[in-house]
Design a protein. Structure first.
Ligand code: IPM
Ligand code: MG
Length: 367
């Protein structure tokens, strides 16, 4: 038996420093739990551009296709702002998503008890919040053609196209229903069927797929009303399924309900590979935070929880994933905070590696 393979792409900004903590935790699972991975590392984003002139080298793309799971840190930075659009760091990430066909993007928004005071909303609105946004990730206006900036008469016109096929909607809907079955059997689909034909089709297809899931209560909401309801009373939701662009917006909104973007992981899943595992890429929801990069200030928790998602969704290690999530909860309950989690009352923040140390200690204590 060969070990499952993990390709690690730390990326730019705080990516490498948060990923360093993840690597220590991967090692811990190897020595303490016999969960050994073949880990390799490569470049994505601005650092790949600096070395190869492209944010994702073809060899890296090929390695990602072959890996049992990919773990990504973050991409981007101000020094790349003026690069041509086609080689911007983000294009590397979008290429991975597209070519691996990672159509189902799972973005949990979970409020840790110890952090409920951090939300900009009242504590009772967010305490205990645990919702999952399933965002379609490989189609819609992000990829639709025609796209571009064209000349029309004597002015320019910028064009992007929202486009969804039935099968693209059906497969992401199915993944959301499957997830709803494992949670509270409640699914809300969001689109703009009142103004967009793609929204009308979205609603129809999600409803059709729902016939295979009679136990799941399906509701529909216009995405703008959904945004409003998410801020008004987010606990009315459990699983939300929506398209690429609405999912981008709504997941940032939902993330902020929890008060801490530095805490949230994500999984991007595709079709099963020959070994039965889904094609998968895991990454924190936060960005590369260039303003604090290299200072040991970054919060590694989102990236560490992304590893937990990998254990659960790629490697069928739900109990070990729960062990890791429990360790994170433990250190937060103990009052440990990185700089991003410092409240107005202040305190001494722990460094990136200090947070890693504490989570490792909590893992030890869990044995
Ligand atoms: C996200 C990000 C990306 C997106 C960017 C970095 C391309 O905002 O993952 O939510 O828009 O999908
Ligand atoms: Mg986004």
């Amino acid at each position: 038996m060969t070990n499952p393979s993990l390709l690690i792409l730390p990326g730019d900004g705080i990516g490498p420093e948060v990923m360093a903590e993840v690597r220590r935790i991967i090692d811990w699972f190897g020595t303490q739990r016999g969960l050994v991975f073949d880990v390799s590392e490569d470049l994505v984003g601005g650092c790949a551009y600096d070395k190869h002139g492209t944010p994702l080298h073809d060899d890296t793309m090929a390695r990602a296709q072959d890996a049992d799971a990919v773990l990504l840190g973050a991409v981007g930075g101000p020094q790349y702002d003026d690069l041509d659009f086609s080689v911007k760091p983000e294009r590397g990430l979008l290429r991975l998503r597209k070519e691996m066909d990672l159509f189902s993007n799972l973005r949990p928004a979970q409020c840790f008890d110890a952090l409920a005071d951090f939300s900009s909303l009242k504590k009772d609105v967010v305490a205990g919040l645990d919702i999952m946004i399933v965002r379609e990730l490989t189609s819609g206006v992000y990829f639709g053609e025609p796209r571009g900036i064209f000349k029309e008469g004597n002015e320019r016109v910028g064009i992007n196209t929202q486009r969804y096929t039935e099968s693209e909607i059906a497969r992401v809907a199915r993944s959301a229903f499957d997830l709803a079955m494992k949670r509270s059997k409640k699914l809300c689909s969001m689109e703009k069927a009142n103004v967009m034909e793609s929204g009308i089709l979205w609603r129809e297809v999600v409803t059709e797929v729902g016939r295979d899931y009679p136990e799941v209560t399906l509701s529909h909401m216009y995405a703008d009303a959904g945004a409003m309801q998410l801020t008004r009373w987010p606990k009315q939701f459990d699983v939300i399924v929506t398209d690429n662009l609405f999912g981008d917006l709504l997941s940032d909104l939902a993330a902020m309900l929890t008060g801490s973007l530095g805490m949230l992981p994500s999984a991007s899943l595709g079709a099963p590979m020959a070994n039965g595992r889904p094609k998968a890429l895991y990454e924190p929801v936060h960005g590369s935070a260039p303003d604090i990069a290299g200072q040991g200030k970054a919060n590694p928790i989102a990236c560490i929880l992304s590893l937990a998602m990998a254990l659960r969704y790629s490697f069928d290690q739900g109990a070990e994933a729960a062990r890791l999530e429990g360790a994170v909860e433990r250190v937060l309950a103990d009052g440990l905070r990185t700089a991003d989690l410092m409240g107005p009352e202040g305190g001494v923040p722990v460094s990136t590696s200090g947070m890693g140390d504490a989570i490792l200690a909590a893992l030890d204590a869990s044995l």
